[in-house]
Design a protein around this ligand. Structure first.
Ligand SMILES: [Zn+2]
Ligand SMILES: [Zn+2]
Length: 247
């Protein structure tokens, strides 16, 4: 088992259970990994040649470039961008003679298409995040306290619910998996049913017959539906402290 992640995984499940953080524990873990990576790339790793080579090669997705700007470290960011832009310019450059121009253009299109689908930060996060989901599945198998934490989780966003189930399916025996799924689906269903009810009531509130009824829990139902569907992601911890002891 990926023991290095046992502590952060346990901490995230504990946090959503006890700190009133009504979110998906995997979103919490993702955000910590993401904050950590953004900190590293704009700080300690910024000048490392092997990191620079990878950022030049992979670039950054829109989400992560936005978050890098949000950190306000403009010089380190500009240095990374300077190097990245130079590397792209070099890669798409080629002969413009009539004999080779098609090949040059084709190469540019392929290079840019590949670049569009890769992100240095996404790939770094995914490496660890995948292991964290696996760790959670294995903790379910071995640790009764953890099973209790899972049962008391507010909800899993649908993105991560699917991945958690798939990871467990791969690792647990048939009997273990059946018990696992019964428990996690119970958690998910309670939240899902209530959310659907709240969204429906939100819609009804626009009907004059319901105008005087209290909103109840419905006022932020569309926002909660968004978080449930896509996760509560890309929330940076700007405190500068290492996120959850992760490296
Ligand atoms: Zn999530
Ligand atoms: Zn990314």
């Amino acid at each position: 088992m990926e023991r290095i992640f046992t502590i952060p995984v346990n901490e995230a499940f504990e946090a959503v259970r006890t700190e009133g953080t009504c979110t998906c524990p995997f979103c919490l873990l993702y955000n910590k990994l993401e904050s950590n990576e953004i900190d590293l790339i704009l700080g300690a790793s910024m000048m490392e040649p092997d990191v620079r080579q990878k950022t030049n090669e992979m670039g950054f997705c829109e989400e992560h470039l936005n978050l890098m700007f949000e950190m306000g470290k403009r010089l380190p960011l500009a240095l990374i961008l300077e190097s990245h832009l130079n590397s792209i310019a070099e890669k798409i450059d080629g002969s413009m003679s009539s004999l080779f121009i098609k090949k040059t253009a084709d190469n540019a299109a392929k290079t840019l298409n590949k670049l569009d689908q890769s992100c240095y930060i996404c790939s770094r996060i995914e490496n660890n995040f995948k292991s964290m989901i696996e760790t959670a599945a294995l903790l379910w198998q071995t640790d009764e306290d953890f099973r209790q934490k899972v049962r008391e989780t507010p909800y899993f966003c649908l993105k991560h619910f699917g991945r958690f189930v798939a990871a467990a399916k791969e690792r647990l025996s048939g009997r273990e998996f059946a018990e696992f799924y019964e428990n996690v689906y119970a958690v998910e269903k309670v939240y899902f049913d209530k959310l659907r009810e709240d969204v429906s009531f939100f819609c009804k509130k626009f009907d004059y017959r319901y105008a005087d009824e209290p909103w109840g829990d419905s006022k932020d139902a569309p926002e909660r539906a968004k978080k449930f569907l896509n996760g509560d992601l890309h929330i940076l911890d700007k405190s500068g402290k290492n996120a959850g002891g992760l490296t």
